[in-house]
Design a protein around this ligand. Structure first.
Ligand code: UDP
Ligand code: MG
Length: 140
């Protein structure tokens, strides 16, 4: 079954700089519905598990350190074709390459501190949503 959900985090840099409200406003303006939302902080172990697919890449250790360096906002979003639509809204991983008007173009500080996470597939959206929330929380 296609759920039409995606998972996002507003990353530590964006939360610390007070950009969470502006980012949420862009998300809502793009017609995403917020199904679940949580302000929390990842332990280094949780960050390592969440980004396990990147284990072995040169940026992995630094990414895990950064993602556990401060509070993040985890959200489940719904919209038709949520994964694809949200990747368009956030823009390229590297803010220098992100399209004008995207969240990362506006708010990212670097390729690592790039303001937001967005799931890359329906399968991963579900896995990532379940990393932070129980299905009871987001289908109510
Ligand atoms: N990242 C990094 N250096 C890189 C590539 C990625 O620090 O060269 C970080 C960045 O925070 C990125 C995350 O690792 O968002 C996950 O990388 P991915 O390739 O999955 O990018 P995304 O799906 O977030 O656009
Ligand atoms: Mg990714």
């Amino acid at each position: 079954m296609k759920l039409d959900i995606t998972f996002t985090m507003i990353k530590p840099d964006a939360v610390a700089e007070g950009n969470a409200g502006a980012i949420l406003k862009m998300i809502e303006a793009a017609d995403f519905k917020v199904l679940a939302l949580k302000l929390t902080r990842l332990t280094p172990g949780q960050a390592a598990k969440f980004y396990e697919v990147h284990k072995g890449k040169p940026f992995y250790e630094s990414l895990c350190e950064y993602m556990s360096s401060g509070k993040i906002i985890a959200m489940i979003l719904s919209k038709k074709d949520a994964v694809k639509e949200y990747r368009q809204l956030i823009g390229a991983t590297d803010p220098a390459k992100a399209e004008t008007g995207t969240i990362r173009k506006l708010y990212a500080r670097s390729i690592q501190a790039n303001a937001v996470h967005g799931s890359d597939s329906d399968e991963n959206a579900e896995i990532e949503a379940n990393f932070f929330f129980s299905s009871l929380e987001y289908f109510n």
